[in-house]
Design a protein around this ligand. Sequence first.
Ligand code: NAP
Length: 310
Amino acid sequence: MTTILMASHQDPVDLWRDALAMEMPELEFRAHPDGGNLAEIDYALVYWAPHGLIASLPNVKAVLSIAAGCDHILADPQLPPQLPIVRMVDDFLAAMMAEYAVYGVLHFHRDMHYYRREQLQSQWSRAWPLYTPDTLVGILGLGAIGGDCARKLGALGFQVHGWSRSPKSMEGVICHHGPDGLLEMARQCRYLVCVLPLTGETRGIINERLISAMPKGGFIINIARGGHQVDDDLLAGLDSGQLGGVFLDVFNQEPLPSEHPFWQHEKVWLTPHVAGELMPRSCAKSVAANIRRIEADEPVPDLFDKERGY
Ligand code: NAP
């Protein structure tokens, strides 16, 4: 019998239990804190599990992330260093993230920020739209999620650029890579969408240097992690007019403290970390497939790479 222990303060345990039962009826499902005999646990399925929980599972074979990023697992100081960690790669999650990216770009591109302000003053006035085929969108991160964002924005007629760590080639996307590639891309793009993993190299990447490289009046959509943005640099960019607006789903501190200036800033549009939800019905397929691979001693493509940090 293979046994999985789920530990998450926000994911729906019943939906996960049902979805995993459909995909892998032979799997025994338990949910923290009712883990029973912890020596029987083979897999931990977690999102911000209590620190020390994973270390208390003596026979656990792998940790399965209920998130594309693994920062919530690495934050545990007692995490056994050699334990394999499996990222969540899921088509529906990527599609939801791409929807948000498209929505954020279109929000500004179709001047909804302007029309809302006008509406509140009962003003009937028109903004002049930009020609979409002349408008450049840059995607920071061209992985499972960034790739889908790029394809969907391209399908709407934008000129899409993308930035990754290693050189890439993607149909319809002008690809950049490495530290120089980022500024080269930013200089041309009216919109930047961040879908990077949070690593030592990407922390604080949305900073004064990047913002000042963009054409004046540009827009940033950050749906990756709050740690990517330097809040004071975003606020300075917004207040100086260098940035026309930002759409933020993630924050350095979550929940965003009630006194944070982002809440009331007229150029900030924000949501409480909801850009991509992990739907158990879809994600259970990837969990089951990865458990089967590990049990069969086959390579796991979604393995977190400790060297790269993602
Ligand atoms: P992924 O498939 O691992 O792709 C990561 C991409 O980022 C790759 O293209 C990678 O380059 C690039 N990258 C990494 N480090 C870089 C660096 N130093 N310089 C330039 N490019 C770099 O990840 P994913 O599944 O698309 O997920 C991306 C992130 O989205 C997650 O880590 C998570 O933080 C965030 N996310 C947020 C939400 C939400 O609700 N807000 C939901 C899901 C995911 P290479 O191609 O060269 O490897």
